[in-house]
Design a protein around this ligand. Sequence first.
Ligand SMILES: *Cc1c(COP(=O)(O)O)cnc(C)c1O
Length: 377
Amino acid sequence: MVTATLRPTRVLVSEQAIYQNVQHALAGLADGTALFAVVKADGYGHGLLRVARVAQAAGATGFCVAILDEALALRQAGFTEPILVLGIIEPAYAGIAAANHIAVPVGDEAWLIAAMPHLSQSTLPPLAVHVAMDTGMGRIGFRDVTALQSACARMTAHPECFDVEGLFTHFATADEPDPSYFQLQVGRFKAFLAALPHKPRYVHVSNSATSLWHAACNGNMIRYGVAMYGLNPSGRAIPTTPYPLVPALSLVSTLSFVKRLPAGEAVSYGATYRAAQDEWIGTVPMGYADGWLRRMQGFHVLVDGQFCEIVGRVCMDQFMIRLPHDYPAGTSVVLVGTSGQATISLQDVADHAGTIHYEIACDIAERVPRVSVAPLD
Ligand SMILES: *Cc1c(COP(=O)(O)O)cnc(C)c1O
């Protein structure tokens, strides 16, 4: 992938914001509760290694990633903290995880059986596993106690292969105002716990939403994701949070071209937009190939503190906006962030796109460089 350093479109990442969010989260944790920073998907689009470094400086003592490659990227960059992969890895790669001291989830005994041949070399340390319980997310994990006990017995019988380091579940509705399904999952998790002879080092259930709104459930580690980036996990559903979340991401560009468009003339593919009168039209060098979705047509960006409508279809690499008057090429454009008194949040973008801010952040392509602002000293 070519990263466009010679184009002005940039993701700006505030390191101070990430740092503050992690520190606020840590301040509210009970003694002995660890915070693992969730840095999957390139740190939710904010940059894997940058976020990991800042989270570590702020007091995170481990990391969660989605896939084995992300864990290896952290190891290759020199991070020595515990790392937990959140998705099921191929059993054939269990040896790679073990050799790199990367913990993985286990959700059925078949996986253990398939992984064992890859873990039996005497030079390998045992593979750290976190036992996943499916209490209602319906994604990965054990769903009944008998299967869980049988798998645990197998791991206990093979300490040369497996080291049970954690036990966890994931909530489907921790970000919703109605707690009933959440409570159902909590009840099931407690029943699972009671059926096990001893608890491993880490017992964890909390994503950001759980840590914010159900902190009593935390266990002794939280998997702190979207709130670290300053985004409310619920979107707008639960507006109050125990501490302020400071958004870390802005998205900026500059006008690449400006023209006066005569009344009646069209803009972009399909000629769906026609100038109602003579208008000033600016071109912004970002498009759907950069993750600025085609359906952002009709939304707006900020120029000089003013909302400017996105007119005509968003192209692959460019889109057009209607300006209140002439501005020179090179004038700055804020797609996400603040300009003057006005702000556009990732949530605003998500609302227009009919999705969640997580998706908008992750969609911003690798082609757009990530630059640190407000770096830690
Ligand atoms: C992604 C993920 C998290 C983090 O969720 P946030 O809502 O971003 O805090 C935690 N746990 C699991 C299992 C995940 O997949």
